[in-house]
Design a protein around this ligand. Structure first.
Ligand SMILES: Nc1ncnc2c1ncn2[C@@H]1O[C@H](COP(=O)(O)OP(=O)(O)OP(=O)(O)O)[C@@H](O)[C@H]1O
Ligand SMILES: O=C(O)[C@@H](O)C(=O)CO
Length: 420
């Protein structure tokens, strides 16, 4: 069986989220980290393959090149449809690369129109009249306005996309979606006849996304977050939905957090409130030359090996701003990612076999440091947060890559307790 849906995700936790959505739709799904090459493994009998890039904050030309390389790899493995996965909060700036990447993939796939919808209802992301909401707030009123790399200060998807593409942008609003897949297909065709290339669709519920998935079933390029991916996945049913996954490996459990998102900060607080051990990395001390990785490892070695241990750089907005003012945004991010990557390798060396990583950029740093290329996607601890099964130079690893704002407040405690 060849891959039916190929997906290109712009960060690692986004890749995990969308891979979980395809698996939920009943597809056997592989997740590949970084631009693949001829030697990149793909588990047998996969219906969906997700390539997780680290392109969300990259300049447009770089993101386009990486996405086209991923598309060629996916197309050569049979994928007739490419799903472009970006953040459900549409993380990007006017210089953002969602428009350029989509335009380049449309050209490469010989298509002239695409459907776009970042709604992800289980995580509170909905689209109404082209405006993106995070729970009960407009995106631009939500905590995402303080994001360290892509602060989101506009909620209008047509406006955000129009700033990123020279091509016309259109909207299919909720009443049409509620009339069903045929009505959406007709509206798409009407937009296509008018020369519109990017058609944004409203969606409030998973049922709306199932309608959009059915309507977009034949489109060569579709874009959005995990919600529309699940809708598309359900339009490509697998005859045999049995999934077999290896049992979680035994060994120590740890959390590494580099996400400063509001939800991650709550999950850290909950972990600490449960009396579980945690250690904060002092980024400014590291910049001043202190070996904070050695400090963290000495701390880790002194903990009860029966308990999960948390090491984090995460900081609330005022502290984050102070570090960024002192070091610069890019330098601060690179330094933190370097520290957490080095720690991941050292922790796995010390016998950690269940590792939960919080933050998309952070997850990229960790999988790179562990040299993990492909994982098989397993069951979810929370919507969009699955365990995955990885093989490393040190043996099998159960790895959970969590998007900054994903997971319930007790995720860190529950996921690692359940697995212990
Ligand atoms: N104390 C800190 N000072 C400065 N930068 C930090 C600090 N802690 C984390 N960072 C940086 O903030 C960024 C957080 O991004 P990351 O993608 O890991 O999390 P997120 O944005 O919450 O997650 P997602 O992308 O999944 O929504 C990283 O580049 C990280 O290195
Ligand atoms: O869509 C989302 O919100 C997540 O998968 C994500 O991409 C956050 O990094």
């Amino acid at each position: 069986m060849t891959v039916r849906i190929g997906c290109i995700a712009d960060d690692f936790t986004g890749g995990t989220d969308v891979a979980a959505a395809f698996r939920r739709a009943g597809l056997r799904t592989a997740l590949v980290f970084g631009t693949p090459d001829a030697a990149t493994p793909l588990p047998a009998d996969c219906d969906a393959a997700v390539i997780a890039l680290k392109s969300r904050s990259a300049p447009a030309a770089e993101a386009v090149d990486a996405s086209l390389a991923a598309q060629r790899w996916l197309s050569s493995r049979g994928a007739a449809q490419i799903y472009v996965k970006y953040c459900s909060t549409f993380d990007s700036t006017p210089k953002g690369n969602i428009g350029p990447v989509t335009d380049a993939l449309l050209d490469a796939m010989g298509a002239t129109v695409t459907l776009a919808c970042p709604a992800s209802p289980p995580n509170g992301r909905t689209v109404y009249q082209g405006h993106l909401f995070v729970h009960d707030q407009l995106l631009s009123d939500s905590p995402l306005r303080h994001h360290p790399l892509n602060p989101m200060t506009d909620s209008s998807l047509p406006r955000l996309l129009a700033a990123q593409s020279p091509h016309p942008v259109g909207l299919i609003s909720l009443p049409t979606v509620r009339r069903g897949a045929d009505a959406v297909r007709e509206a798409l065709l009407a937009h296509q006849r008018d020369g519109v290339r990017h058609v944004i669709a409203d969606a409030l519920t998973d049922d709306d996304l199932a309608v959009l998935g059915a309507a977009a079933h034949e489109l060569p390029v579709v874009t959005g977050a995990a919600g529309l991916a699940e809708g598309l996945g359900r339009a490509h049913p697998r005859p045999d939905t049995a999934t077999t996954e290896p049992p979680p490996p035994g060994g120590r459990a740890a959390v590494l957090a580099g996400s400063c998102s509001a939800r991650t900060l709550e999950q850290i607080a909950r972990f600490q409130a449960a009396g579980l051990p945690s250690h904060h990395l002092d980024v400014l001390a590291a910049a001043a030359g202190r070996d904070v990785v050695a400090d963290a490892l000495a701390w880790f070695d002194a903990q009860d090996p029966g308990l999960p241990a948390l090491v984090h750089a995460s900081a609330p907005p005022h502290e984050l701003e102070e570090v960024q003012r002192e070091l610069g945004v890019a330098e601060a991010a690179a330094r933190v990612e370097g520290l957490l990557g080095a720690l991941a390798a050292a922790l796995v060396d010390r016998g950690v076999r269940r590792l939960l990583v919080a933050g998309g950029e952070t997850s990229g740093a960790v999988t790179t440091a562990l040299d993990i290329r492909t994982v098989l996607v397993g069951g979810e601890a929370d919507p969009g947060v699955p365990w995955t099964h990885a093989t490393t130079a040190h043996g099998d690893l159960a790895l959970m890559l969590k998007s900054g704002n994903f997971g319930a407040q007790d995720l860190f405690v529950r996921a690692l307790k359940d697995e212990t």
